[in-house]
Design a protein around this ligand. Structure first.
Ligand SMILES: [Zn+2]
Length: 260
């Protein structure tokens, strides 16, 4: 029996305690894994959703969405409690499963970053970003970071650019499951900040001087993926071969299959 129900047959189910929700989340995750679905849950240790530059910047940006203000705190605690049992990010697309009174399917579509805005960012950051690592760890001058994080002209989407959908019976524009997923995205950026660029449909290398100017020649271009993986693993202290992070995963897989 599926956990998911459509709007038609659903009624507001009994509210579960946090413990019950967590147990349900574990049960459902185990069931889906058994069926072969590869889950990428949002795991948050401690009370802080995100602790790296881009993760924090994303969460801060969310809190500027005044239209969602009242729903965000509930989503934050949902995210912290391990309710987001699966989160998959792709270009302009967020797909997630959230354990609430039942397990709900969440879909968020995000408009791609408008080309003129991206071009303006690239122009304004020209010569100021020397490496992907600097960019992804947020170790750039305050002026550059402020430019990239500008609520209106930067990398982040406005609330109007989000198209939100959740299978729960809550008819509010932003239910707590959607809010939990929005925070979960911030937590995911802690592990894989490059997913911000994937999500917005832009190539982060456009911002990096060495890559755009070809300053390091073909070597830089050739080892693009590999270099990112190693450097990112060093910086973030994690293996970047899991989850749905095509940008970092792909080159690694290819390297593994050697021609002899
Ligand atoms: Zn919902």
């Amino acid at each position: 029996m599926a956990w998911y129900r459509s709007y038609d047959d659903d009624r507001f189910p009994r509210k579960l305690t946090v413990g019950e929700r967590q147990a349900q989340a574990r049960q459902e995750a185990a069931r889906l894994s058994k069926k072969g679905r590869k889950l990428s849950p949002v795991v948050i240790e401690g009370s802080t959703i995100a602790s790296t530059f881009w993760g924090k910047a994303w969460c801060k940006h969310l809190e500027n969405y005044s239209d969602y203000e009242s729903r965000l705190p509930r989503g934050r605690s949902y995210a912290r409690n391990g309710s987001v049992i699966d989160l998959q990010l792709g270009p302009g697309s967020v797909r997630a499963l959230v354990s609430g009174s039942e397990v709900y399917e969440v879909e968020i579509d995000i408009e791609p970053l408008a080309l003129p805005r991206w071009k303006a960012l690239v122009t304004q950051c020209a010569g100021k970003i020397d490496s992907v690592v600097e960019l992804l760890s947020g170790e750039l001058s305050d002026a550059v970071m402020e430019r990239l994080c500008d609520p209106k002209q930067g990398l982040f989407p406005s609330s109007g650019q989000l198209s939100l959908s959740c299978s729960c019976p809550d008819s509010a524009g932003l239910c707590k499951h959607l809010a939990a997923v929005l925070y979960g995205i911030g937590a995911r950026f802690d592990q894989a900040p490059d997913l911000l660029f994937v999500l917005r449909g832009v190539d982060k290398l456009d911002l990096v001087s060495a890559a755009t100017a070809g300053a390091m020649g073909s070597k830089k271009k050739k080892s693009k993926g590999e270099l990112k993986n190693d450097e990112l693993s060093d910086i973030f202290g994690i293996e970047l071969d899991g989850g749905e992070a095509p940008v970092v995963e792909k080159p690694k897989k290819k390297k593994a299959t050697r021609k002899s």
